[in-house]
Design a binder for this molecule. Structure first.
Ligand code: UN1
Length: 498
């Protein structure tokens, strides 16, 4: 412990300890004797300092031409590419997912940096004709000021990039509070932005816990935008607090994402999709496949083949070659997953494989859980309704395509949904009738790319989107501008009326 690295908060370009002097320790979930680092356990005093720094930096940053801001993002993308392997390795140590996937996480931040750099030379508004002679009008995006950004641990570089980069390109500054399980990847990301030329104070990092560091950020009167990814419970709280201050609050929350497998599907393709969607990232994606809605004609075969494949999934330390699934993030998550396995059994679902923590050999050092499959699941069971956020998938048999769509939509969430079918008509009906923010045809529920909107309906969000150009709406406000060059008073709706 003596030689563990201490990471300070980043405020106004300076690395400073928390004002209270408190810290917390971050551990490797694959091996809890491996300490990642010691981080600041911050509170409202640290948030106040960070917001003040971000506010001061905003005065200059908002006036930097967007294409110049874009050059910094572009340079950051290049630097991230150079550092990809190192950052991926640190991320695997920090949160467990296998190296191939943490490389993907860094890559997503690179993609976002290039995409938002491009936006710096577009950021299109509208020009429209006026109803009056000699009058011009247009709309432009304007920044809002200091953005409060609260990010989760499952995509510890990609999700900060989804939020910070659009905020910055529009001309905002930011205070980010990363998840307490994964602050290091945020440090790596922000360090890269600074190395690329981001001025001090434009992005500030305050580490700590939700109630002590997140809450004062959400409540801060000088923070007009809050972008949050996490649980529904916390998201609802953030929205409630934000409403008191009339803040812009963008929420990304849970999912209960289904793959529908129709009787005409290519089963091998569907199997591969389910395995990747359900057990990739140890099931810890908002977009993870947690339900398989299978036509009764193929449900039994699908279940058996899936079980055969699930027991072959290599579970272990994500830095070891050949591993396909890492640990879950922490003890608490392990207990949540265990609890759901018990609930599923009590409800009468059939546990086909998995269902227990792995403790033998090297697994003893970390939070490993076996890939788990429940069959004969009823649509109303809790394991078919509630987000588990672990490597657990429920197979729900149905008798028809119409029932499949109905079951798919019959959950509180609406993030992502998928269908495997060879029938083009069914594919189009599914595209229309699946009430989610993302739909996949013959592909699993995970794998969104940065240039389309990301987000969901119902309890998944509150109507905003990340990624794509849609995300710019979270971090900017439209300003409509009217220029009258007639030299006389022209009264809209009056002087041009018949
Ligand atoms: C998440 O599920 O928490 O679409 C984010 C995907 C990734 C991002 C997932 N690009 O699966």
């Amino acid at each position: 412990m003596a030689d563990a690295t201490v990471y300070n908060n980043l405020i106004g370009g300076e690395w400073v300890p928390s004002k209270s002097g408190k810290t917390f320790t971050s551990y490797n979930p694959a091996n809890t004797s491996d300490i990642i680092g010691i981080f600041q356990d911050s509170n409202g005093d640290d948030i106040d300092a960070a917001v003040a720094a971000a506010k001061a930096a905003y005065a200059r940053w908002r006036l930097v031409p967007a294409p110049k801001r874009a050059e910094i993002l572009f340079r950051a993308a290049q630097l991230l590419t150079e550092r990809k392997e190192q950052y991926a390795r640190e991320m695997t140590r920090e949160m467990g997912k296998v190296l191939e996937e943490t490389r993907g996480d860094v890559q997503e931040a690179i993609d976002m940096a290039y995409f938002m750099a491009g936006e710096g030379r577009r950021m299109y508004g509208q020009t429209t004709p006026s109803e009056m002679p000699n009058k011009f009008q247009m709309s432009v995006r304007q920044p809002l000021g200091v953005c409060g950004i609260i990010t989760p641990w499952n995509f510890p570089m990609a999700i900060p990039s989804w939020k910070l980069l659009p905020a910055l390109i529009v001309g905002n500054t930011a205070v980010i509070k990363p998840a307490e399980d994964t602050p290091l990847s945020t440090f790596n990301f922000v360090q890269t932005l600074m190395d690329a030329g981001l001025p001090p104070g434009v992005v500030n990092i305050v580490t700590g816990y939700g109630p002590t560091a997140g809450e004062p950020l959400v409540r801060h009167p000088d923070v007009p935008v809050i972008s949050f990814t996490g649980s529904v419970e916390t998201g609802r709280h953030v929205a409630t607090v934000g409403a008191q201050y009339l803040k812009h609050v963008a929420l990304e929350m849970g999912g209960k994402n289904p793959i529908i497998v129709m009787e005409d599907a290519n089963l091998e393709l569907a199997l591969n999709g389910i395995l990747w969607g359900a057990f990739g990232t140890t099931g810890q994606r908002c977009t993870a496949t947690s339900r398989v809605i299978a036509h009764r004609n193929v449900a039994e075969e699908l279940t058996n083949r899936l079980a055969e494949r699930a027991i072959q999934v290599q579970v272990g330390d994500g830095l070891e070659s050949g591993m396909q699934m890492g640990p879950v993030i922490n003890q608490q998550q392990l207990e949540t997953i265990n609890g759901y396995v018990q609930v599923g059994q009590q409800e009468g679902a059939r546990l086909v494989t998995g269902g227990q923590r792995l403790r033998e050999g090297s697994h003893a050092q970390g939070y490993f859980f076996a890939p788990t499959i429940f069959a004969d699941v009823q649509r109303t069971m809790r394991i078919a309704q509630e987000e588990i956020f672990g490597p657990v998938v429920s197979i729900i048999p149905v008798d028809s395509f119409a029932e499949a769509i109905d079951v798919a939509n019959d959950v509180p969430y609406g993030l992502s949904a998928s269908i495997y079918t060879q029938d083009v008509n069914r594919a189009f009906v599914a595209m229309r009738d699946l009430y989610t923010g993302i739909v996949y045809i013959n592909a699993p529920t995970i794998g969104a790319e940065v240039h389309l909107p990301f987000g969901g309906t119902k309890a998944t969000g509150n109507g905003h989107r990340e990624s794509g150009t849609a995300t710019l709406d979270v971090f900017s406000e439209w300003k409509s501008i009217y220029i009258d060059y007639s030299g006389s008073l022209q009264r809209a709706q009056i002087d041009n009326a018949e």
